[in-house]
Each structure stands twice: as C-alpha cells, then as structure tokens.
Design a protein around this ligand. Structure first.
Ligand code: MBD
Ligand code: FE
Length: 323
C-alpha cells in the first residue's frame, strides 16, 4: 500500500529496441512453432506506443499492459471469460448515470478507490497530523445547499415517514473545528456533509425523500467552528441490484458498509479533505464491503443532555494540510 508507481519510461525505452521481427524471436519452440504464449508479444504491444504519446500515459501504459497480459497468462483466461468481462464492464457503463455510478462502485468493491485514495493522500500530505482521507463514494452531489451553523440537514421529518422513530432515536448534534496543521483555526472553511436516511438510502436513491435531504454545506466561524444537526449513521448495503452486486454474489461476499457520514472539508490555502466518519457502534466497521475504514475515523457518539433537537452528540476537529 502507498508505494509509488516506479518510473517506467526508462524500461519501455530500453526494451522497445530489443523486439525482433516475427519468426526470429525466442518465441519459437523446437518444433518451429510459436510457443503457446509468445514471450515477445507483450513488448510488441508496448512498443506500439508512438513518440508523441501523452507523457503520463506513455509512462504508465507499459505497466498496465504487462500486468494485464501477465494476468491473462497466469490464469489461462479463455475467450469466453474475457467476453463475459467485456459484457460486465459494458453493463456497468449502461447502468451509470448522474444518479448512479456503477463503474465506480465496481472499483470500490475491488478496493481500488481506497488504494488510489491512499496513494494520492500520501503523495500530497504535508504533515502527519492531518485528518486521514477516505474515499468519496458514488453518491456525492456537488451542489448541496449552504446552511447556517447550528441548523439541521434532516428534512421532511414527520410521523408519516417510515423512519420517523429511528430518526428521533439517532438525532445527533455534530460540532468541532477546522484547523490548520499548526493548530490554528481556519475561518470560512466549508464543511460539506452528506449521509443516508435511516432507511439506508441516499436522497437520490429514494423518490420519497426531499431533494438534497441529509446534505448541506456549513461555513466555519471566526474560531473555525462548525455545527449542525444530523443523524447517527446506519449501516447499509451498497446497491447490489447491478453488475457490482452480481460480482459480490459470485465472490460470496456481503454488500454492507458500516454507518458513515461523508465530509469534504475545504479552505483557502489548504488541500481539500475528502473523508468519512464511522460510528463505533456498528459491527461492519471491521468488515466494510469497500475497504474504506481507518481507525482514526471511527468515532464514539455520546448522549446529549438538555437538547430537544438531539439525543447524541459528536465533537470532531478536521485538520487540513496546506496546498
Ligand atoms: C457508499 O455509500 C459509499 O460511501 C462508498 C464509498 C461506496 C458505495 C456506497
Ligand atoms: Fe456513502
């Protein structure tokens, strides 16, 4: 985890000149026939990259091709299996829209979004004290309403909704500061927050919820403070009615994520922090379907006294690194 991709440009330059024309390569066996897996084939594909290729792509493409080809050789991938994988990827694309990102969900259950997040955050970190990042996930909406500090992101709460009682039980006050790594509070930082309803559905997955329910953006005050009412998050199964769910089934895996609240915390001069907080009451914190939990992000809600608006409270400070 966290290893940098090695500089592959040198490797590809050195090897492209070694390719021999077909028939003279060492891919010929003693019977004069090509070996089952021509060892020069991969280099030929790599060498097809032209001199004006996009530089970053030219750097990483040789590695991608090598790993893909090695994978196919290692498992003796058949045409039928490869074809099923093509259909699978196409199905992911067809199911994706501005409300649902199935291809990203596939990356999540493969652990790829978490791994890339770790690589990126280590690469850009300017301090070891900054709050760890966690993945964005497929349900972010960039245009949540700005709300005054101390207000609620819970909309449409009435006895007529099926999750009314649960919402009362889990009502929570969240507050804290946004700080620089030197410990100074940051004024005017934006805390963008979102979570699911107690039925485990994000607002855009659920036609019964008002637009932008359980989403809001808050600006920190002069002391760097933010405050809002929300709910303790509930565990929920990632959508498993599509190709990603089919893959989970084939792998005999469960689709559950621990209850979590998403945040993007941003401020001028600082690197935006995308992260999630996990409720320690949840058994799935140790077994997340998308491998995103980090110990520092598991939080304990405490009972809140004397506030009709919330039964629980959580204090959490976010520490941002500089750009
Ligand atoms: C989610 O709600 C989520 O946060 C992630 C990372 C993946 C799938 C669903
Ligand atoms: Fe989520």
């Amino acid at each position: 985890m966290g290893q940098m991709i090695p500089d592959l440009a040198a490797t590809s330059r050195a090897t492209t000149t070694k390719i021999k024309p077909n028939g003279t390569s060492n891919g010929i066996n003693t019977a004069g026939k090509k070996c089952q897996h021509d060892p020069t084939f991969t280099q030929k594909v790599i060498a097809a990259t032209g001199p004006n290729a996009n530089p970053r792509l030219a750097q990483i493409f040789p590695s991608l091709v090598r790993h893909l080809h090695d994978f196919a050789r290692e498992v003796n991938l058949t045409v039928g299996e490869w074809s099923a994988a093509v259909d699978f990827l196409n199905d992911c694309g067809k199911m994706s829209s501005d409300r649902r990102n199935e291809t990203q969900l596939l990356c999540d259950i493969l652990g790829l979004e978490s791994l890339v997040d770790e690589i990126t955050s280590k690469q850009l970190a300017t301090s070891t004290t900054q709050t760890p990042s966690a993945i964005l996930g497929p349900f972010y909406r960039s245009d949540a309403p700005f709300l005054p500090n101390g207000t609620s992101i819970v909309q449409g709460l009435s006895p007529s909704v099926s999750w009314y009682e649960k919402a009362l039980e889990d009502s929570a006050f969240l507050s804290g500061k946004v700080l620089s790594t030197d410990g100074k509070p940051i004024e005017n930082a934006v805390v963008d927050v979102w979570h699911t309803a107690p039925n485990g559905l994000y607002e855009q997955q659920d036609s019964d919820q008002p637009e932008m329910n359980f989403r809001g953006r808050f600006r920190t005050d002069q002391q760097g403070r933010y405050a809002l009412y929300a709910l303790r998050p509930v565990p929920y199964p990632i959508p498993d009615d599509g190709p990603a769910g089919r893959l989970l089934g084939l792998l005999d895996r469960h689709p559950n994520r621990p209850g979590h609240i998403h945040f993007i915390v941003s401020a001028e001069g600082h690197r935006a922090l995308t992260t999630q907080l996990y409720d320690s009451r949840d058994r799935w914190v140790d077994d997340d379907a998308v491998f995103a939990v980090k110990d520092e992000l598991v939080v304990r809600f405490e009972p809140r006294e004397g506030d009709p608006g919330a039964r629980w409270e959580l204090g959490y400070d976010f520490i941002l690194g500089r750009c």
